[in-house]
Write a protein that binds this ligand. Structure first.
Ligand code: ZN
Ligand code: ZN
Length: 254
């Protein structure tokens, strides 16, 4: 199992793309602007998209991806998310105002996209990969994902603030190898992190105390321009076991 980091920034600009992870060559976890890093042939191979939540930085490229590859694919892309997230997508993106409703185009019988509701806590099996949605707390209904394959498991927080459910699910996983967790803001912006339901380094340190030792921790979703400062604060809070910064373009293989 292989995860390629297409986007891991809190914003855009040269070298920065918003959240998207490519699992093997056929599954996207979130579809932020990082999806634009894929070549046309790679875009055509994406059969499944799993969304963590309805915020634009996690789904902005999906309408463009479908527009780009829909006509040249033989089957619909499947969009997996909890029902409330799919409803938000349908109401606010594929509403025939912001973008055409690709669940009915070119025909309702053979559309470019199908929805597949994935209730919180449930699991999708795709070949030898299992993708479990894990509850987290954020400004809108949101989940993380626990991705498992023959070589072990990788967890991804999506966007989240302090909570216990995510860590309980991870601690119940016997073969967890990697955890990708957000830290959006500096400690000076803790109030902003709390009201926007994200994490800052001091909050991250508290969260990681809930995680059983073992997995490599990677930090994602850093605010553009403050990446070094956020990582320095994390190192001060966690001097003995400092997480590493997830990097654009890197590949994690297990
Ligand atoms: Zn968000
Ligand atoms: Zn986000």
């Amino acid at each position: 199992m292989r995860i390629r980091v297409l986007g891991c920034s809190g914003g855009i600009g040269i070298g920065r793309r918003t959240t998207s992870l490519l699992l093997d060559d056929d599954i996207l976890i979130d579809a932020g602007t990082g999806v634009g890093e894929l070549a046309l042939d790679e875009l055509k191979r994406v059969d499944h998209v799993f969304l963590t939540h309805s915020h634009l930085d996690h789904l902005a490229a999906l309408p463009f991806m479908l527009d780009t590859v829909g006509a040249s694919r033989s089957r619909p892309v499947i969009l997996h998310a909890q029902p409330v997230t799919l409803a938000a997508f349908e109401a606010h993106i594929f509403n025939n105002v912001i973008w055409p409703d690709f669940t009915r185009i070119p025909t309702p019988e053979k559309p470019f996209l199908n929805y597949e509701p994935l209730p919180v806590g449930s699991e999708a099996s795709l070949g030898r990969r299992r993708i479990r949605s894990v509850p987290v707390k954020h400004a809108v209904p949101a989940v993380g994902y626990l991705v498992s394959g023959p070589g072990g498991s990788i967890a991804f927080s999506g966007d989240m603030t302090a909570n216990d459910d995510f860590w309980q699910a991870l601690n119940a996983c016997a073969d967890l190898k990697h955890v990708i967790v957000e830290t959006s803001f500096l400690d000076a912006d803790e109030e902003l992190a709390r009201v926007s339901r994200h994490l800052c380094p001091s909050m991250l340190a508290g969260e990681l105390r809930k995680l059983k030792p073992g997995p490599q921790v990677h930090i994602t979703h850093l605010q553009p321009g403050y990446e070094d400062g956020i990582m320095a604060e994390i190192a001060r809070h966690l001097p003995d076991n400092t997480p590493r910064r997830l990097m654009h373009g890197e590949v994690i293989e297990i």
